[in-house]
Design a protein around this ligand. Structure first.
Ligand code: GLN
Length: 392
C-alpha cells in the first residue's frame, strides 16, 4: 500500500462525533455532540416542502444564492451595525465548519502561526494543521475561563497571523465582554493581524450577558472574519448552511478557497432557509427563552445530584468536574475518555471527554449539552443521579 500524507497522521478523527457513534451503539442519551432533538421552525419546513417541487435543485452561485446572501446581509448587518454588501462581503459555506476552514486557509501560509484559546472547539486544531499553520495556545483558565491578555500579545509578538475567538465559547460557555474583545481587537490592530470569530451560538447568550460582535468594534471590521452558521439558530444542523463575513479583499480570497473546497452549499436548503433569516426578533427571543429554561432545568438537576459544574454564560454546553469520581478506587487510572465510555455503558448518558478541547493535560472535565426536549433532559438527570450513589 503506498504511504498516505503526513498530514493525516497528525490529527485524530473528531472525538465529539466519535462519542455520538458510541452513544448510538449503546442506545444512550446523547449529550455529547451538540445538536437539538426537536424540529426546526414549521415555516422553514413548509418552505422546504415547497422547494421540493419548485426548486432550485441545481447549483446556486458558488458563494451563495443571491436571495440568501441578501437576507443574511440584512440580519447580520444589524448585529454588526453596518451595511454588509451581499455580493462582496459574504461567502455561504457548508456549515460553520467549512467557514472556519476557509477563513484559516485564506489568511495562513504554511508555517504561519495562529493563536487559539484552550479549551477550544476541536475543529480549530485540524483547521490549523490542514492549512499548514501552527497554533499558539492561550489558556482560558477554569473555572472562570479568564485569560491573560499579555499571553495574546506574546503570540502576536511571535508573528501570529491571527487569533481564533469562539464567542460564545464552545466548550466552556464563556461570553467575551466588550472590554475583553476590545483588548484582543486592539492587539490585532497594533500587530496588523486578523481575528477569526466563530459566533454560531450568538443567539444563546443568557442574561445578564450580551453578545458583542468583534466586527462591530471600532476599526475591527477590516481585521475580522466572522464565521457563523444557521445550524444552531434554526435547529438545522444537518442542513450544513454556514457563512463568513469580512472585508472585500478577504472575501475575494475566501470565495476562491470555498469554490474549490465544496463549490457551494445546498441550493434547495438555502432557498428554504431564507424564510428563517427573515424571522422577526420575537423568534430569537423565543429561542433564547427556550434555552434559558433548558439551562435552568439541567443545571438544577446537576446541582441536586451534587455534580460540580460551571455556569455557562452562553451556548448549550456545561463542563462537569469528575475529579471526585476519578478519586474512587474503581476509577483509578481512568482517563476522561474511559470515564465517558463507562458513562455510556453503565449510566446511559454520553458526554465528551474534556481532554479533546484542552491543550493542557486536563483529565477531570467532561462536556454535556442540554439541547434536548424537557422529557429527555429529565430522563438524563434521572440516569445521572445514579452516579451520585457512588459518592455516598
Ligand atoms: N458544535 C457541535 C459540538 O461541539 C457539533 C458540531 C459538529 O459536530 N459539526 O458538539
Amino acid at each position: 500500500m503506498p504511504k498516505l500524507s503526513d498530514r493525516v497522521g497528525t490529527f485524530t478523527d473528531s472525538v465529539i462525533r466519535r462519542m455520538t457513534r458510541i452513544s448510538d451503539e449503546y442506545g444512550a442519551i446523547n449529550l455529547s455532540q451538540g445538536f437539538p432533538d426537536f424540529d426546526p421552525p414549521k415555516e422553514i419546513l413548509d418552505a422546504l416542502a415547497k422547494v421540493a417541487y419548485e426548486g432550485p435543485h441545481q447549483y446556486s452561485v458558488t458563494y451563495g444564492a443571491e436571495n440568501f446572501r441578501e437576507a443574511l446581509a440584512k440580519k447580520q448587518g444589524r448585529a454588526i451595525g453596518r451595511t454588509i454588501d451581499p455580493d462582496k462581503e459574504i461567502v455561504v459555506t457548508c456549515g460553520g465548519t467549512e467557514s472556519m476552514m476557509c477563513a484559516v486557509m485564506t489568511i495562513c501560509n504554511p508555517g504561519d502561526k495562529i493563536i487559539v484559546f484552550s479549551p477550544f472547539y476541536e475543529n480549530y486544531g485540524a483547521d490549523a494543521i490542514l492549512s499548514g499553520a501552527e497554533p499558539i495556545y492561550v489558556p482560558l483558565v477554569p473555572p472562570e475561563y479568564n485569560f491573560d491578555l499579555s499571553l495574546i500579545e506574546d503570540g502576536f509578538r511571535q508573528g501570529a497571523k491571527g487569533i481564533i475567538v469562539c464567542n460564545p465559547s464552545n466548550p466552556c460557555g464563556k461570553v467575551f465582554t466588550r472590554e475583553e474583545l476590545m483588548g484582543i481587537g486592539q492587539l490585532a490592530l497594533q500587530y496588523d493581524a486578523f481575528v477569526i470569530t466563530d459566533e454560531v451560538y450568538e443567539h444563546m447568550v443568557y442574561a445578564p450577558n450580551h453578545h458583542v460582535c468583534m466586527a462591530s468594534l471600532p476599526g475591527m471590521y477590516e481585521h475580522t472574519i466572522t464565521c457563523n452558521s444557521l445550524s444552531k439558530t434554526y435547529s438545522i444542523t444537518g442542513w450544513r448552511l454556514g457563512y463568513l463575513i469580512g472585508p472585500e479583499e478577504v472575501v475575494e480570497g475566501a470565495k476562491k478557497v470555498h469554490d474549490f473546497l465544496t463549490v457551494g452549499a445546498p441550493a434547495p436548503l438555502q432557498e428554504a432557509a431564507v424564510v428563517g433569516l427573515n424571522f422577526p426578533q420575537s423568534y430569537y427571543d423565543g429561542l433564547l427563552d427556550l434555552y434559558t429554561r433548558k439551562r435552568s432545568r439541567f443545571l438544577d438537576g446537576l446541582d441536586k445530584i451534587g455534580l460540580k459544574h460551571n455556569i455557562p454564560e452562553g451556548t448549550y454546553f456545561v463542563m462537569v468536574d469528575i475529579q471526585d469520581f476519578l478519586n474512587l478506587p474503581q476509577f483509578a487510572g481512568y482517563s476522561d475518555l474511559e470515564f465517558c465510555e463507562w458513562m455510556i455503558r453503565e449510566i446511559g448518558v454520553a458526554a465528551v471527554p474534556g481532554s479533546s478541547f484542552f491543550r493542557e493535560p486536563v483529565n477531570n472535565l467532561i462536556r454535556l449539552h442540554f439541547a434536548r426536549s424537557e422529557e429527555t433532559i429529565n430522563e438524563a438527570i434521572r440516569r445521572l443521579s445514579r452516579m451520585a450513589e457512588l459518592l455516598k
